[in-house]
Design a protein around this ligand. Structure first.
Ligand SMILES: [Cu+2]
Length: 571
């Protein structure tokens, strides 16, 4: 080793000091990220057809937000195209920044053509994989992107060195502008033909969607090194389908769901409902080569017209893979096999060091289903009734002239009503037979009020109304613990004894399986208006929405301040 003279030693010492400070700074100094997003129309070609789609900055999928826990995000959104828009930061708590949450009709009115809006919020007390998406009409089909929050403290020890990470967001491609697809679903008694829909991974359909035998579409390649382990950040940004994710020949280790660590478990395939995210570890420990991986449908049960069943595949390519390595499609679980789903679901467990509410201020049972509702004269229905998504037999009538939050904050009357029922009027057989009691929903803009810091147990009970389907429910502004789930009817007397209060997983989105129920617990510690809705866009379009209003507490830091930036005008 070269002998260092004194000045050289001093230089080395200073450099080492600076490097140490820089390394520490990575974990200690919060940053502010200023993002400028223009919402523009751009033509993209997928699945053998071109469509003018609505995008952020002409990108599909949209830009990735990459921050560290504690950072501030300031997004200046300018709407340069014809459709009104809003943006939602899915899974981000928005503590004291309810105004930046984004769902149209609930926390703001949509941003109209030519106008700008600034979303500003701090991401605190959470890290992991999230995503952002448009939250009005069906624009989120093409306006979505990853929102990655790195932990402020050193990254978690997975027991193995992580060599790199990849974000993989699945979705659906429609052969027309998604808002037009929505119009097709809104007023018809029978859903529109979905056969022109393609599955996508990171916005690409992959090799199974070739138009002619010679025309193979672009396929994304993820490059890995033999023997290394990678973190795959999986998100289902799709509108109407559950997805299985799998990689040929490789076992995946699930480590996190919805930004919450889970007890790691190995699996061949990962089940992701729309609105859910899952982080998995993949170790490149197979023969040096190339392997297909991607998403296929996990619809349970499958009803209506046939769904697009081709998988959206990408390639995991080892460094040094032979060019003629035979690629094979991984086996996917059968799309409608509840056994595989239940087996997977049972493996997802949380940790014991948690803030699970133990005594409840509210024990809510909400009955959720797909029913019919009478059309009103202004609606271009093709019959006297249309399909309705219902919660407690109410289909949510979205206010048009003010958001619920503005009405609440500024005391505007006539926009919404309080007193959403805590329980169904009667505990009937919800799942065993068609329930005529739930066949016809009624329209209402009804919310449930909660006092600050109250504890809530919420059971979502599926009902066999017009039809019985899965419903992936998403709660804005909170994570919740999943303490129980089963098929059949929830029994208020006997089922709580079966709850898992030891290691329940913590999510922001949960699939209420067809013919079943789930029991959730959360603390209402975030003042404001928080949407609870099915994350299947069809069902949301049909009104499967509800909302909580959490009132202010007594302290200043328990009181929702006014909006930091002007909101889009409603009229
Ligand atoms: Cu649903």
């Amino acid at each position: 080793m070269e002998f260092l003279t004194e000045p050289k030693q001093a230089l080395v010492t200073i450099t080492v000091l600076l490097l140490t400070l820089l390394a520490q700074a990575k974990y200690s100094i919060a940053e502010t990220h200023f993002l400028y997003w223009e919402v523009v129309t751009k033509e993209f070609t997928r699945n053998c057809g071109s469509v003018n789609i609505t995008t952020v900055n002409g990108m599909y999928p949209g830009p990735v937000v990459n921050i560290t826990e504690g950072d501030t995000v300031v997004v200046n959104v300018t709407n340069m195209q014809e459709y009104p828009v809003t943006i939602h930061w899915h899974g981000i708590f928005q503590f004291m920044t309810n105004w930046a949450d984004g769902p149209a009709h609930f926390t703001q009115c949509s941003l109209k053509t030519g106008n700008s809006q600034i979303y500003e919020f701090i991401v605190s007390g959470q890290s992991g994989t999230f995503f952002w998406h448009a939250h009005n009409n069906w624009l989120r089909a093409t306006m979505f992107g990853a929102f990655i929050v790195h932990p402020r403290d050193p990254p978690p020890n997975y027991g193995v060195e992580v060599a790199g990470e990849f974000s993989m967001i699945s979705g659906e491609w429609f052969d027309t502008q998604p808002n037009d697809v929505e119009m097709g679903y809104l007023y018809r008694p029978i859903p529109v033909d979905t056969s022109k829909t393609a599955n996508t991974l990171n916005g690409l359909t992959g090799p199974l969607y070739n138009c002619t035998p010679d025309d193979v579409p672009e396929t994304q390649v993820f490059r890995v090194q033999n023997g290394s382990t990678y973190l795959l950040r999986l998100t289902n940004a799709g509108l109407n389908n559950n997805h299985w994710f799998t990689v040929a020949n490789h076992t995946l280790t699930v480590v996190s769901v919805d930004g919450n660590y889970v007890k790691p478990f190995a699996t061949d395939a990962v089940l992701i409902a729309p609105g859910q995210t899952t982080d998995v570890l993949l170790t490149a420990n197979q023969t040096i080569g190339s392997y297909y991986g991607g998403v296929g449908l996990a619809q349970i049960p499958q009803v209506g017209p046939p769904l697009e069943a081709r998988e959206a595949l990408a390639i995991i390519e080892y460094e040094g893979a032979p060019a003629d390595f035979p690629l094979s499609t991984p086996p996917f679980p059968a799309p409608s096999d509840p056994m595989v789903v239940d087996d997977y679901t049972a493996k997802v467990l949380g940790y014991t060091d948690m803030d699970l509410p133990e005594t409840m201020d509210h024990n809510l049972v909400y009955v959720v289903g797909i029913a019919l509702v009478d059309c009103i004269p202004s609606e271009p229905c093709t019959s006297t009734q249309k399909l309705a998504g219902t919660v407690q037999n109410f289909t949510f009538d979205e206010p048009q002239n003010s958001s619920v939050l503005e009405a609440y904050f500024y005391n505007i009357s006539g926009v919404y009503e309080t007193g959403f029922p805590e329980l169904p009027p009667e505990f009937i057989d919800f799942t065993g037979r068609p329930s005529p009691e739930y066949g016809i929903g009624s329209r209402a803009t009804l919310v449930k009020e909660l006092e600050f810091n109250q504890t809530v147990e919420l059971v979502l009970q599926n009902v066999n109304a017009a039809v019985m389907l899965d419903h992936p429910f998403h709660l804005h502004g909170h994570d919740f613990y999943v303490v129980g789930r089963n098929y059949g009817n929830f029994n208020q007397t006997t089922d709580p004894a079966t709850f898992n209060l030891r290691d329940p997983p913590r999510f922001n989105t949960i699939s209420v399986h067809s013919g079943g129920w789930v029991a959730l617990r959360f603390r209402a510690n975030n003042p404001g208006v928080w949407l609870l809705h099915c994350h299947f866009e069809r069902h949301k379009t049909w009104g499967m929405e509800a909302a909580f209003i959490t009132k202010n507490g007594t302290q200043l830091n328990e009181t929702l301040p006014g909006p930091k930036h002007p909101l889009p005008p409603c009229i």
